[in-house]
Ligand binder design. Structure first.
Ligand code: ATP
Ligand code: SKM
Ligand code: MG
Length: 213
């Protein structure tokens, strides 16, 4: 996978973006940036890194570790969706249904891509939307991959993942992986296999690959 932005020169757009991200509040949203929403999504130098992967792959925890280590701001579109809806993700699924959740998610991802310059963690199913895959083209997307057994273990104790709440989590997780793997790989610039790595190790690999520090 080629990556034209991994080795930016001094004073490059990426350097400026990182400097701005350190100054910016994570969810600062000016009127101007709201207007830029549609036009700038997909621009190559924003955000600094976009994390994708199935539930439990570590997008939120690795994102937080990268943010701590680099000083970049962290944004997680799952949090943005909960703010937009004024309720938790399980409540959105239960009360409004998955299609409504996916609508909110498309909007949240488009906004975040247009205005956030730091570390961006996406929800596990965000890449299901063709529109989202299209606007991710050119962004520094990192796919955190993992096996079914690791995914089931990491998500097993959490009750906040409505898609995995069924009777047979292993089969559900396998079906989810099978359906999504080609989509994650279609848009990823880098893939980090996380089964045998700690959160800190995954974060360090990404920081080095994308020269974020
Ligand atoms: N590389 C890792 N090694 C060990 N534990 C990990 C690793 N990555 C994530 N975890 C643990 O797995 C759990 C799920 O991680 P996390 O919430 O970051 O996943 P996620 O990709 O954001 O999931 P979701 O799509 O549901 O938001 C957490 O308890 C986290 O500490
Ligand atoms: O994998 C998925 O489809 C999801 C993952 C989470 O991050 C949340 O976005 C939501 O629970 C759906
Ligand atoms: Mg998460």
């Amino acid at each position: 996978m080629s990556d034209p932005t991994v080795r930016p020169g001094p004073g490059s757009a990426s350097d400026r973006a990182r400097a701005m991200a350190r100054r910016e509040a994570p969810d600062a949203q000016s009127e101007a940036s709201a207007e830029r929403d549609d036009t700038l999504a997909g621009a190559v130098d924003r955000p600094a890194v976009v994390l994708i992967g199935p539930p439990g792959s570590g997008k939120s925890s690795v994102g937080a570790a990268i943010a701590r280590a680099t000083g970049l701001a962290l944004r997680d579109t799952d949090n943005d969706i909960e703010q937009m809806a004024g309720k938790s993700i399980p409540d959105i699924f239960t009360q409004d249904g998955e299609p409504h959740f996916r609508d909110l998610e498309r909007t949240a991802v488009r906004r975040a891509l247009g205005e956030h310059r730091g570390v961006l963690a996406l929800g596990g199913g965000a890449i299901l939307a063709p529109e989202t895959r299209a606007i991710l083209a050119g962004a520094p997307v990192v796919f955190l991959s993992l096996s079914m057994s690791t995914g089931v273990r990491r998500t097993g104790l959490a009750s906040n993942r409505p898609l995995l709440a069924g009777l047979n989590p292993r089969a559900t997780y396998k079906a989810l992986l099978d359906a999504r793997l080609p989509l994650y790989r279609e848009i990823a610039r880098h893939e980090v296999e996380t089964d045998n790595l700690s959160v800190a190790e995954v974060a360090r690999i990404i920081i080095e690959k994308l020269e974020l520090a």
